[in-house]
Design a protein around this ligand. Structure first.
Ligand SMILES: [Zn+2]
Length: 182
């Protein structure tokens, strides 16, 4: 709420207005809504510092068009596994500030999004937890491995993986005794 005009002597509350605005995100025109206060006396516009953010709205639409992960999806997912920003950024091999910026609404590159989506698959998270033991405390690591080992997607992925191995490697299905030299 702006109680008076910042550029003339108008001293009453300024009205909050909304107007469509075109924001170009990576060369793509996206329509968003801009919120601002306008002085009825001098016509000066003042952006509203809290509340609606047109750039944030445009980024959200851009992510949705390109199936990129939204900021709150990253945070909810991270919190679901009880991972701190520090722990997850170590696993991703990113600066903690970079991960934090994405959770706060910065627009990720396609390559960064692929990496995020990779780690967000439970079987890949399990793989990274196992292969990067230094990123977590022993207790948290054990708890997450237990949690992920019973995850339906992980179990199904491993079953598919083993059945593919069986189909493609005929020796795989034979008992180990038979493959030993006499
Ligand atoms: Zn004014």
């Amino acid at each position: 709420m702006l109680e008076y005009c910042l550029s003339c002597d108008y001293e009453e509350a300024l009205e909050l207005k909304r107007e469509p605005v075109i924001i170009t995100v990576r060369g793509e025109a996206i329509e968003a809504t801009e919120e601002f206060y306008q002085c009825p006396a001098c016509g000066e516009k003042f952006t509203s510092s809290y509340g609606h953010d047109a750039l944030e709205e445009a980024y959200r639409e851009y992510r949705s068009r390109h199936q990129l992960v939204q900021p709150e999806e990253i945070r909810h997912w991270r919190e679901h596994y009880g991972l701190t920003l520090t722990e997850l950024s170590l696993m991703l091999e990113w600066d903690e500030a970079t991960l934090n910026r994405f959770e706060q609404g910065a627009l990720q590159e396609t390559s960064e999004d692929k990496w995020l989506k990779f780690i967000m698959s439970p079987q890949n998270l399990l793989y990274l937890i196992i292969s990067k033991p230094e990123t977590l405390s022993a207790e948290k690591r054990k708890q997450l491995i237990t949690q992920l080992s019973t995850n339906r997607i992980v179990v199904e992925t491993l079953q598919r993986f083993y059945s593919l191995l069986r189909e493609n490697l005929s020796d795989f299905s034979k008992p180990l005794m038979e493959t030993k030299p006499a």
